[in-house]
Write a protein of this length. Structure first.
Length: 210
């Protein structure tokens, strides 16, 4: 039976529109599983899948330049294999995975979970956006994404707040207000960017808007 006869798996029929942004492997033998986070190239929504009973796993470090496919291969009647993940036919294999089954999982569920043998260092962060100096990243041990602030930006905020504190101690409210307004403006820009990225990726905010 050829790959052309294998139907798309219903778990993610438009898999070819997605790119892999992270994966996490745990367990041994028949109990091995792989969690894969996939981001839609257009909507930026992130979907997390868990592949159970995984074998023959290969992930390339190179960016995926060809469409992803998730196939229902039960028709091949291979023992313990019902799902195949790979690139489109005739494309160089950058990812390959065979599994017994696949299911969707809550993308906000942090590692480690009860019963996991893997440490947090075995899991991968999901980079939701890195187009600015404030990258938005979902860490494996946290429920919600956070903001990765560059060191120079962090230092600048520290220095401006130190300047405002010094102005308050010197009873110079105008200078203090100017420095604080500048910090609030920059933090507001970061917050707007964070909320926009989470909205595109399909994550709830970890707080309520005032």
């Amino acid at each position: 039976m050829t790959r052309k006869m294998d139907p798309d798996h219903p778990i993610l029929p438009d898999a070819w529109k997605h790119e892999i942004v992270s994966f996490h492997s745990a367990g041994d033998g028949d109990e091995r599983y792989v969690d894969v986070a996939l981001r839609h190239r257009e909507t930026k929504v992130v979907t997390c899948l868990r592949f159970l009973g995984v074998r023959d796993v290969s992930f390339s470090d190179a960016p995926m330049s060809h469409g992803l496919e998730i196939l229902d291969v039960r028709g091949r009647q291979l023992e313990g294999v019902a799902v195949q993940v790979s690139n489109f036919e005739n494309a160089p294999d950058q990812v390959r995975l065979l599994a017994r089954d696949v299911l969707k999982i809550d993308r906000t569920e942090p590692y480690p979970r009860a019963g996991d043998s893997a440490s947090p260092s075995d899991a991968f962060a999901i980079v939701l956006d890195c187009t600015s100096n404030q990258a938005v990243v979902k860490m494996p041990t946290r429920k919600y994404p956070g903001v990765l602030l560059q060191g120079d930006s962090l230092r600048a905020l520290h220095d401006d707040l130190s300047e405002a504190a010094a102005a308050i101690r010197a009873r110079d409210p105008n200078s203090a207000s100017e420095a604080l307004d500048d910090v609030l403006q920059r933090l507001g820009d970061v917050l707007d960017h964070y909320e926009a990225v989470l909205g595109r990726a399909g994550f709830d905010l970890p707080y309520s808007r005032a």
